[in-house]
Design a protein around this ligand. Sequence first.
Ligand code: NDP
Length: 290
Amino acid sequence: VKKPNLLYGKVIRDQILSEVAAEIEELKKQHVAPFLMTIEVGNDPATAVYKESQRKLAAQIGINYETIELSKNTSEERLLKMIDRINRDPVINGLMVHMPLPEHIDARKVQWSINSLKDVEGVTPYNMGKLFLGAEALYPCTAESIMALIKATGVDLKGKEVTVVGCSSIVGKPVATMLLKEEATVSVCHYQTSKRGMLEHHVRNAEILVVAAGVPNLIPGEWIREGAIVIDAGINRVGKDIVGDVDFEGALKRASYITPVPGGVGSVTVAYLMKNTVTALKRQLAAQHG
Ligand code: NDP
């Protein structure tokens, strides 16, 4: 049996970062530097990890990075006012609000209030709509990361059987949309697919499998089609370990390519956040110069 190729994110991440760093050098000549602001309400342990890796990468390539840390009791009104200020602040090019937000805050209202030109996570209806229509925009970073990993295998997506497990607005739906644009044949599975006992059928059919459900070991190794490309975006804490949604050891026996967790999708996602911040800045400059 041929050993599968492990799709490490590091190679792609470093490639994106060096391209972004070069763009930042160019922008410096015009005396502008990108600035990414993030807002956290309450403290979530997962957010602490994301913030740390964002801060590190931003520093590495020359993006100014700050996080506003608000208490979990912050009112929705105060948060919206803060976003409004950032939306109008010419120094800040990118804004992301860390999820989850406390229950008393309407997350959708908050995300939709972000200036679409600064929406580096691609969560506003404007950017989502553009993605849906196949136009250029700021796209959700995890979906971009998944696409980059698939493309790194050199596979031709045209007409391929692709199954996406999970259809959240931030991962599953955007990646399904991107795959469709590449003319793949896309099946999207969710909780009801499992409930009807049809998940196995769709997974077995997949030449390319993308999983973003947040359920450890949701996909047993024996379901993986021989030679499939497996992209596991799941990040689950099990005891002291971080695992994906796919039974990694089992899948290794059948996949041609597979992403490790950690070290796969997650490590590329942050690089796209940086890339989107620079893209946002360039678009803002272009808009100013009309
Ligand atoms: P959500 O919880 O928003 O969405 C989960 C999706 O999975 C839903 O569509 C849900 O279906 C589906 N699902 C849940 N249980 C099952 C099941 N038993 N069978 C089939 N489908 C199921 O999660 P996110 O999309 O935000 O995140 C998914 C995973 O990806 C998480 O582990 C998260 O940590 C990780 N993640 C990783 C990132 C990275 O950079 N690597 C970034 C963002 C997230 P339904 O819609 O029917 O409820």
